[in-house]
Design a protein around this ligand. Sequence first.
Ligand SMILES: Cc1ncc(COP(=O)(O)O)c(C=O)c1O
Length: 415
Amino acid sequence: MTMSELKINQRLIMTPGPTMVDPRVSQAMSNQILGQFDPDFTDIMNENMALIRKSFRTKNQWAFPIDGTSRAGNEAVIGSIVSPGDSVLVPVFGRFGDLFVELAERAGGKVTTMTTEWGTVFDQDRIIDEIDRLKPKVVAIVHGETSTGRLQPIDRLGEAVHRYGGFLVVDAVASYMGTPVEVDKWQLDAVVGGAQKCLSIPSGITPITFNDRFAEEINQRKRVEQGVRTATDREGRNFITSNYLDLTQLQDYWSPRRLNHHTEATVADYALHEGLRLALQEGLNSRFSRHLKIHRALNDGLTAMGLSIYHAGDHEMPMVTCVQIPEDLDGDAFRAKLLRNFGVEISSSFGSLQGKIWRIGTMGYSAQKGFITNFVALFGAALLQSGISVDLKAGLDAVEAAFTTPKQTLKTLEV
Ligand SMILES: Cc1ncc(COP(=O)(O)O)c(C=O)c1O
């Protein structure tokens, strides 16, 4: 059987990940492969560590990427810190909280969950009360819960967790590079960022960071694999069961020892380097303001068109817009038509929100005036074609107005 050449159709990707990718990132990825121990490449690795540190605004020494999608980052962190029998508290307010439960249970943790209605966030005092009661070793929480479009305030949790010697683990996969994630100020012990979200590079590599106290704890479980073990490598108690996602071996890989662990994903590192360089060149504060501005412009446009924003203004992630699906419209059939006829992709949701909301992402490179204007035009046209009477002109005017009305100072996004 002969295969024809790949043909990739043009798309306007407006999902909460993946996003459109800056051509400069794609160009960086077309460079020649280097061997993973080539000094040219280890220089890039070191630069990537420095860039990740800056992107998280942290003084942590430990900042490196995991080869794998974002859940590999979550799994590496949880699998390294949670030993069988450890108590873990997970406040769940959407699908990715459930993922933390899943990972912690698989690691043998004794997991306690607390829940709040999907579409809402927790009052931090409620979580702190539970921390005071349980004194857990690990609290794992999602910052930007992409499935419901909510941004959870987390700035006071670190202090509470540390009163009992515990560790605060944060999934900032979707919020990273789109809104502040104050690793040091909020006392976050281990944080997982994302690639194909607000950083806007292809998925497959995941920036993470963790502090020295976290490093010390996981190193008690260190076991270097047989083939590369030396006489000074001792086997820790309750060693980390994953080999690939073992943060302690990865520390040795991402430091002068250059432990021969895996073969680094060269091209993904090129993308990470260029994506982070571009983001830091833009400036983190400017990037955060851009996300907020685009999010507001899109919400204004969709509202003016006659659509309803789900839980508008209530702890919305400034890079995810949740739109209520008009009554009597099959949301998934509409999405399929939008993609087929207009080349535009948006997302549905999960669990209790499946069929009730669409989720539109304005992340990283996708968060541009041109893209959201085109998006509103095509989305409105597709709705009209599906028999939903929206005011397309009002929608487009509202988007335009959001960019032409005198600039208000955008409030900082600290929660
Ligand atoms: C908040 C959050 N956490 C984790 C993940 C998992 O990421 P990945 O699909 O890259 O493994 C996602 C992906 O959508 C996410 O939005």
